[in-house]
Design a protein around this ligand. Structure first.
Ligand code: ADP
Length: 419
């Protein structure tokens, strides 16, 4: 471990290899910001300066930046002094030139970039003390993009040397990949949010025409009951089935994109009714499969009923889809264990090898992809999200060829989790 700066007695010069270690250790054990802070303390010792600052500036945006700094006692009153988010002063010089700079105080003061900075200082009523030189090094991504600045000012004695600049450049190169990782991570999170918003809006908009198609198909069915030949009846029935299937996928997408999952409060929900609704929606799939879906006595729980319907629909639907040669039989039962209900959805289908039991709930994880088995790979991921939102757990017992039982346990009383 590198020694912490202790008061202001002239510290021993920290070897650069120790700085490497300090960075790796602190990055591994805390947040990015804490690691930056730790490094700024150590870097100040390395170049023996009264002030060091490290700025992570994603996309060159100083407003979105994270800044950490270390001041010696000499600058104690500057600890709350927030000049860095401006992109002015020495930061501005580096951002413009994209090169490491070493300057005397006079050189910086006569630089055009200094002007705004000193205006800012005046605004805050603090006089900038004379500095024994400045060092600043840009932190760059591999593609040359600018992601940060490493900066020091006011050497304890004398001016900063070429060696100091080299050490700082080394340090900047060392932390650049981590900054880049941080940046990429941020971009990914951002596009993840955008994709989810897109999925939500697109699936929401798809519902309107879909409702029109299935609504008019039902009108046709009712208005022309007994007047159409068997073939036309079948075609209409197929349209309605297709709409139901599509509605299930849309519901999964809506839930996965999360937005609407926050809206509805929990209410007492009779699972027998939820089961009946799910079976009604799956009616044509059940009929096509030649199988059966049954249930025992189910309890009333506190839930978001539309989400529980979706959960049961997905689990029962899978039991029907992933069946073996025999006609599928899916049975839903419930068991009370103190303060929670465990619901089991058992099928006699093809089963799932135990090595996949954990990962099967991840999005897009599909084991049995077959043209005849339609699927998106989001059904179980959505089930898990719904169960977690109800403060519960989901798991399965299954063996290849011996059917599967999916269990979910939810608290008896409302215990809503907001993700
Ligand atoms: P989808 O059914 O749309 O592919 P799911 O997320 O619902 O997506 O399921 C993921 C995968 O888990 C399925 O592709 C299938 O391989 C497997 N699976 C799910 N339920 C069962 C089941 N009851 N029996 C056998 N395999 C199943």
């Amino acid at each position: 471990m590198v020694a912490k700066p202790d008061g202001d007695e002239t510290p021993k010069r920290a070897a650069i290899v120790q700085l490497d270690r300090a960075w790796v250790e602190s990055y591994g054990s805390g947040t990015f910001q804490e690691a930056l802070y730790e490094l700024s303390l150590q870097a100040r010792l390395a170049v023996q300066a009264h002030q060091v600052a490290i700025s992570y500036v994603p996309d060159g945006d100083f407003q979105a930046a994270i800044h950490t700094h270390s001041f010696s006692e000499k600058y104690e009153k500057y600890n709350t002094y927030d000049v860095m988010p401006t992109g002015e002063g020495i930061w501005g010089v580096v951002v413009k030139s994209r090169r490491a700079v070493r300057m005397t105080d006079e050189e910086l003061h006569s630089h055009p970039q200094w002007k705004n900075f000193s205006d800012l200082l005046d605004d805050r009523g603090l006089e900038h003390p004379e500095m024994r030189g400045w060092l600043a090094v840009p932190i760059l991504r591999q593609d040359g993009g600018f992601v940060g600045v490493l900066q020091a000012s006011d050497k304890y004695e004398g001016e900063f040397s070429e060696d100091d600049l080299n050490e700082f450049t080394h340090l900047a190169n060392m932390i650049a990949p981590t900054f880049e990782l941080q940046y990429v991570n941020h971009q990914l999170e951002q596009s993840n949010v955008e994709l989810k918003q897109f999925a939500y809006v697109a699936s929401h908009d798809l519902q309107t025409p879909l409702r029109a198609i299935s609504g008019f198909a039902r009108f046709l069915q009712e208005d022309y009951q007994g007047k159409l030949d068997e073939k036309a009846d079948k075609h209409i029935e197929r349209i309605i089935q297709g709409c139901n299937r599509m509605q299930t996928m849309i519901n999964d997408l809506l839930t996965y994109s999360r937005v609407e999952s926050r809206a509805r409060p929990f209410q007492p929900t009779d699972l027998n009714e939820v089961f009946d609704d799910a079976v009604a929606i799956l009616a044509s799939s059940i009929e096509d499969s030649g199988g059966a879906v049954t249930c025992g006595e189910l309890p009333t729980v506190a839930s978001d009923p539309s989400h529980l319907a979706q959960l049961l629909q997905n689990l029962i639907g899978n039991g029907l889809k992933y069946c073996g040669d025999d006609p599928p039989h899916v049975h839903v039962s419930a068991e009370n264990s103190g303060n929670e209900w465990t619901i089991a959805v058992r099928d006699n289908g093809i089963g799932i090898d135990s090595k996949y039991h954990e990962r099967i709930f991840e999005i897009f994880r599909r084991l049995h992809t077959h043209d005849e088995i339609p699927g998106t790979g989001i059904g179980l991921a959505v089930c898990r999200r719904i169960v977690h939102r109800h403060g519960g757990r989901i798991w399965l017992e299954s063996e290849t060829g011996k059917g599967s039982t999916f269990y979910f346990a939810i608290p008896e009383r409302s215990n809503e989790q907001q993700e």
